[in-house]
Every structure is written in C-alpha cells, then in structure tokens.
Design a protein around this ligand. Structure first.
Ligand code: BDR
Ligand code: CA
Length: 308
C-alpha cells in the first residue's frame, strides 16, 4: 500500500477524490488537509469531515489550512459547487475527526512520522502546499511525489487563461510548480484531461443505485454547475486515479511556469513540452487519458463503498 495525504477544498469533485481514495485498498489515507477555494475554509473543512464520515472513515484526521491566498486575497468562491460546496446535498455535520494543527504543520508531522515516503495529492488552491514547502523544506523533500490537479495547457475555466485552482492562488502555484525550493517529483493533472473525463446519465444512475454513499455522490454530481458539456467532470478524482491507474494515462515531462502578473492572464499555466528534463527541472504532465476507462475505474471503486 501507498501512504497518502490529500489537500482539498470540497467541492463536489474533491468529494469524488476522497471517496475514490477511501475505496482503494492500495492507498492508506493518513490524513486530509483543507484549504479555502470552492467555498470558504469553514465549509471545506466541514465538508471533508462529513465526506469521510459518510465513507465510514471518520477516523481519518482533518486539519484546516489557509483561509485565503498568499498575496492577493480572492474573496470570490466558485459557486459552481453551490452554497454548501456539495451541490446542495448538505451532509450532516459534525462528522469525522478534527485535528487542531494548521494544515502545513499537520502535513509536516504526518510526512515526518511515516516510515515510508508519502504521496501528497493537492486538489485545491496550492496555498497549504506552498506554506508546507516554505516552512518545512527538509520534510517536504522526503515526499515520494506531489500530484496536483490544476492548470491547463489550453484554455482555462474560471477565466479564458486560467484554471480555478491556479487562478485562486497563482503565487502559491508558482512556488510549488514553477520555482519550488524543494525538489519533489511532481505530477500535474491539468484541466485539458480532467474536463474530458466525466460521468454521463448512465454512470450517475449506476452510482446512485449502489447504495446510500453512491446516492449522495450522484446527487452532489447532479448539482455541479460545471459548464463543461453533457458529462459531469470529476477533475480531482482523476488525480487520484492517475496514481492508481498509470496505464490509462499519457505523461510527458514539461517545464511549468505560472503567470503571477495582474493582467487578464493572471493564474495561467505555461506548460512547455519542449523542455528537456536532462537540462531543466520538469513536472510530469498528464497530457491524455483513456477517459471512459478512468470513469469505469472510478465507478468500480466508489460503488464498493456501499458493499463493505
Ligand atoms: C478544480 O477547481 C475546483 O472547482 C475543482 O474542485 C477542481 O479542483 C477544477 O478546475
Ligand atoms: Ca478541488
């Protein structure tokens, strides 16, 4: 099994990432940290705890992190996920286990305490990860891998140029992806791939029929105002599935830069697939995926939660 931590801002697709991790015996979920993003930090934290409790994993500690971005505070949240961040399903709270430490401190302690190298998934704005790298570089350097859902090679979603997670905190993304102070093997799962990996009506029906957990997930997904086409994307879950099913992904090394200027390009990622990993620091970018097979793997896994 692989020791994992998930930093997230649930978020409907964050919920799917958490459920996928909980449903995967290959992964040992050691903790979850939350960041403000899709909704405010109180809500993302409450949602993370409620989703873990729903999945029968109320034992997993949840530590709250940054309520705002590093430099220019973004106050506009992503209403695509509804006021409650979960498409209106409003899971009962309190659930799950709160850890009193700030996210960066929790991440450092969990990574330092692990006997084996840890994989960190970051599926919200990168604020907590940037703070973790800056405050605990020696601990961060022992990570097995950082897997980020964020950025785009082509157009964005929140602006024409920018993907939501990077747009929300471009300075943090810059410090994690463009000029990291720690050399951590990093995978980027960008919007180009995740927006094409979605659940259609038949998939949602199958999920809903699995039992109460699948039904909650399907209802949340149906409340996702994503604007990406007929199928409902599960961006953050694709990041988790990229580790579980590398055979379904096409990965290329690329240098990644982040636009931190204040103009209309703020938060854009520049993914340079021409970069030579022998001479430049690169990130492993998922440039393509077998979307139908990824969705099938997601359904196989998440529906297992309803038949323990
Ligand atoms: C990303 O932005 C958020 O709204 C989603 O949860 C996902 O992490 C997609 O751009
Ligand atoms: Ca997210």
């Amino acid at each position: 099994t692989r020791a994992v931590l998930i930093d997230c801002d649930p978020g409907i697709d964050d919920m799917m990432a958490l459920l996928t991790a909980c449903a995967s015996p290959e992964l040992e979920l050691r903790g979850v940290t939350t960041v403000g993003g899709n909704v405010g930090i109180e809500r993302t934290t409450r949602n993370a705890r409620a989703v873990l409790a729903l999945a029968g994993r109320g034992d997993v500690p949840v530590a709250a992190g940054a309520r705002r971005s590093l430099v220019r505070g973004v106050t506009r949240h992503d209403s695509a996920h509804g006021d409650d961040g979960l498409g209106g399903i409003d899971l009962p709270a309190p659930g799950g286990r709160a850890d009193p430490r700030p996210a960066a401190e929790f991440l450092a302690a969990a990574v330092a305490a692990s006997a084996e190298p840890v994989t960190l998934f970051a599926v919200g704005p990168l604020t907590n990860v940037a703070l973790f790298y800056a405050a605990y570089p020696d601990v961060a350097a022992t990570l097995d891998r950082l897997v980020v859902m964020g950025g785009s090679i082509g157009p964005g979603n929140i602006t024409p140029a920018a993907e939501f997670n990077v747009w929300f905190d471009p300075e943090a993304a810059y410090r994690v992806l463009a000029e990291p102070e720690v050399a951590v093997p990093t995978t980027l799962v960008p919007l180009d791939v995740t927006r094409r990996t979605g659940l259609d009506e038949g998939d949602l029906d199958r999920l809903a029929a699995a039992g109460p957990i699948g039904d909650h997930a399907a209802r949340a997904l149906r409340g996702y105002r994503h604007g990406a086409g007929p199928a409902i994307p599960v961006h953050d879950a694709v990041a988790v599935l990229s580790v579980l099913h590398p055979e379904l992904m096409t990965v290329r090394p690329a240098a990644v830069d982040v636009e931190t200027g204040l103009g209309p390009g703020r938060g854009a990622t520049l993914v340079d697939l021409r970069a030579d990993p022998a001479t430049a620091p690169t990130v492993d970018v998922v440039v393509d995926a077998d979307s139908r097979a990824v969705v099938a793997a997601l359904l196989d896994r998440v529906t297992r939660l309803d038949r323990p």
